[in-house]
Design a protein. Sequence first.
Length: 451
Amino acid sequence: MHFAKLYMTPHACTIMRFICKKPGKKSIAVLRRDEKVISQCLTREYSVVIERAKGCDVWDADGRKYLDFAAGVAVAGVGHTNPAVVAAVNKQVKKALHCGFADFNAEMPVKFVETLLPLLPKHLNTTFLSNSGTETIEAAYKCARWHTKRKWVIAFDPCFHGRTMGSLSLTMARPVHRERYDPFLPVKHVPYAYPYRFDGSVDECTTASLSDLEATIKLLDNDVAAVFLEPIAGEPGYIVPPREWVRGIRSLCDEHNILLVADEVQSGCYRTGSFLAISHFNVKPDIVCLSKAIGGGLPLGVTVARKDVMDWVPGAHANTFGGNLVACAAGTAALNEMKRKRLGANAKRIGTFMIRRLDAMKERYEIIGDVRGLGLMIGIEFVESKESKRPAIEQRNAIQCTALERGLLLLGAGKSVVRFCPPLVITKQQAERGLRIFEEAVKEVVKGSKV
Ligand SMILES: Cc1ncc(COP(=O)(O)O)c(C=O)c1O
């Protein structure tokens, strides 16, 4: 039994936490204190209490070491406690922590953006700074509505764009995210092109979703401000959509004067090999949202757009902590590290190697239904059998748990997907070690001893 704790919330929603290996004494002490003072709405599946992290490794409070294929949900792209990021933070904290960028000016945020813009398509030339992924979506949403003077936006099902009320209105991933939060902002959802789960060919999947999108745009009668798109759907299961689908969305947006917003919060910053995942599809978005890895481990969000699109007036949007000096110093160092260490090339090289190995594993195990990904954004979908394609939720959970017991941190996604999103500094040896542990976990679960 892997779920040692089943919390029952008042509305009978069960929150599960994996306690695979009994946590050590120090970890248990922290968990007890945590339960008293931290709201248990967080989806913390594991009882791992992280104390220290370096590169691709993390240590818990009792000194247990783990190889990290989660990277704090794709945040530690440049590796945990990257020395260049730590040095930049140390340098900045000695000068000033905060300037109140909404009211005063400072060089560090400007320097950060000047470091970022050359990595993006040229037409994206102005930014709004914030502190998290959800805030980048809120900014994109408000900017699109301000610029177009239109009311509706379109997002996909499934998708994940965040949990504050604006971004949550777009998010359509798990019912618990939206339960009881109705009413939402004016958003229509159309199916995301998910070839593995579509009953038909890839072309039919593309056409069906694009037809739905076109019909929805027409239904909303020239009142659509923007289409929000995850170029690779993250939380819903690292779904890689067909190229023609992404290109088709761009064409429909052009035809109807609708802005295309690429949510690259998880897929950006070289995770897929290119700085932006959407460039794999040769598509140019009007607005891009970046967060997670861009802060090198500190909270930082950036909404990027064309200057003529970000035409809102002073007061139309602002915040207190956007442009925080320490976060921008960390972000500048992180971007420089990504370039200096050619992390895009490493993501491509190691990602290709891992997908090849996972494809071979798929042939060996009936429960691996699909392996997909770009660079180091890789999803493995577990099914009861290749024929039924029924999601193997229990087996997926057991595999995560067994891997953890053997020292590998994994994250789930979608219903029955394991995602690999290790730090982009990962070496081939570390990738091999992680794959070995992962396969041992799959083998053990298949043998039936672990579910
Ligand atoms: C694609 C995407 N957009 C937005 C968000 C929200 O980011 P945050 O949790 O920083 O608000 C996430 C978080 O996982 C994400 O994956």
